[in-house]
Design a binder for this molecule. Structure first.
Ligand code: SF4
Length: 292
């Protein structure tokens, strides 16, 4: 049985002391260990930002890609090798600004990967500018009079765009977050988990106390039905998006891979990895000489 330590390498995270991302890293390790996924069967793909450093701190396959481009890369990895468990990580700037074109299409495409966004409502790596999730009135170096833009309601956007698994967690609530990640990874399709992960250095407005005082667990809403799309949107609007738990799941729609395989009349497992043609020794040497 795997343990969370199996996914640790020797690299010490250089996040600020108190950064929420430490808790997200621990929750992902707990979730994959609980499912007994061996490191060679896991790929952690990330974009750019403080949160996206996370891929380098896992002892697994992975790639630290370019800004906002983790999702197309990760979808390619999954489609080439469906046996791999693919977890994608990023921050709210990477996911909902630079990468939003990819994010919205990933919601509707439904490739079987898990996207964990560490949402701190600010750009941390570039030292504190407003992000698409910043509150109106948030004062930063780029918004000295306070932000005039409304924060992007990302979970509502995901549901409206056709996402089949939408959840939200808070990194201090580790047990719930681990459960959401496990459920997301087991979901047959694209699972989106937005995680509140405070930036203690550049966002004093949305810190630990703010989330503690304002979040509502969906488990407290009597009769809440995760399969009811309208109810999910209603709960989000009523709580200004500040809910935690599994918000919406559609188990009827097949993943992109399964839908495509069915259309082609072939088995679901027919991924690119099964068609890899290994080069001959001579060709390998020739390529090596050419590119060394
Ligand atoms: Fe975390 Fe913010 Fe520090 Fe980045 S700047 S490591 S997000 S606390």
């Amino acid at each position: 049985m795997a343990t969370p330590m199996d996914y640790r390498n020797d690299i010490r995270p250089n996040w600020c002391p108190g950064c929420g991302h430490y808790g997200v890293q621990a929750a992902i390790a707990d979730a994959v260990a609980a499912q007994d996924i061996s490191p060679e069967n896991l790929a952690v793909i990330s974009g750019i930002g403080c949160s996206s450093r996370i891929g380098g701190y896992f002892y697994t396959y992975g790639a630290h890609t370019t800004h906002g481009r983790a999702l197309p890369y990760a979808q390619g990895v999954k489609l080439a090798n469906e046996d791999l468990n693919v977890v994608v990580c990023g921050g709210d700037g990477d996911a909902f600004a630079i990468g939003m074109g990819h994010t919205i299409h990933a919601f509707k495409r439904n490739v079987n990967i898990t996207y964990i966004v560490m949402d701190n409502h600010v750009y941390g790596l570039t030292k504190g500018q407003t992000s698409p999730r910043s509150d109106i009135g948030f004062v930063t170096k780029t918004s000295p009079h306070g932000s005039f833009e409304s924060p992007l309601p990302i979970c509502e956007t995901a549901i409206a765009a056709g996402a089949t698994f939408v959840a939200q967690g808070y990194m201090t609530n580790r047990a719930e977050l681990v459960e959401l990640i496990k459920q997301g990874m087991k979901h047959d399709g694209f699972s989106f988990i937005n995680v509140f992960s405070p930036c203690v250095t550049y966002n004093k407005r949305n810190g630990y106390d703010y989330f503690k005082d304002n979040l509502t667990s969906l488990s407290t809403i009597e009769g809440y039905d995760i399969h009811d799309r309208a109810a999910a949107l209603k709960a989000l609007v009523e709580h200004d998006g500040l809910v935690t738990g599994l918000i919406y799941q559609n188990t009827e729609r097949p993943s992109f891979e399964k839908a495509m395989a069915a259309a082609n009349g072939g088995p679901h497992e027919r991924a690119l990895i099964h068609d890899v043609v290994k080069p001959s020794e001579d060709l390998f040497k020739q390529l090596y000489e050419e590119f060394k």
